[in-house]
Design a binder for this molecule. Structure first.
Ligand SMILES: N=c1c2ncn([C@@H]3O[C@H](COP(=O)(O)OP(=O)(O)OP(=O)(O)O)[C@@H](O)[C@H]3O)c2ncn1[C@@H]1O[C@H](COP(=O)(O)O)[C@@H](O)[C@H]1O
Length: 105
């Protein structure tokens, strides 16, 4: 799995033991699932607006916010990035893309 995602996932697990006034992630857990989902909705909207503007720097920044809050949601639900990557890898295999990529097509 991607090392950055793995390291972030480890921090997100550790934040489950942290107090809400010391950590943004712990404060999101304390507010509960609906607040985490609200942040995902906001960040998704900001990502869409950045893409419509065509500002590459802003697109990357907002997508990072969206991925980050999605990872907080996964951690809250007892999941992690490896679960999503496994699903993407499964689809990759199913579509035959893996074989085509290895043949350079
Ligand atoms: N990657 C991130 C990250 N990306 C975005 N954010 C926060 O997500 C929020 C984004 O919300 P907005 O863009 O709406 O900005 P805002 O108006 O300040 O936010 P709100 O007041 O509306 O909640 C900001 O407060 C950012 O600081 C993040 N906060 C933390 N991390 C990672 O999570 C780790 C743990 O963070 P803490 O729990 O704060 O220690 C850190 O080490 C970082 O690696």
């Amino acid at each position: 799995m991607n090392q950055v995602l793995q390291e972030l996932a480890t921090i997100l697990e550790q934040r489950k033991e942290e107090s809400a006034d010391k950590s943004y992630v712990a404060s999101l857990y304390a507010k509960g699932l609906d607040s985490i989902l609200k942040k995902i909705g906001e960040e998704a909207t900001e990502t869409v607006m950045a893409a419509k503007d065509g500002n590459k720097e802003k697109i990357v920044y907002e997508t990072a916010d969206l991925w980050f809050h999605s990872m907080v949601m996964l951690a809250h639900q007892g999941l992690g990035p490896d679960d999503v990557l496994r699903e993407l890898q499964r689809r990759f295999g199913l579509s035959g893309l893996e074989e085509k990529a290895s043949r350079g097509k």
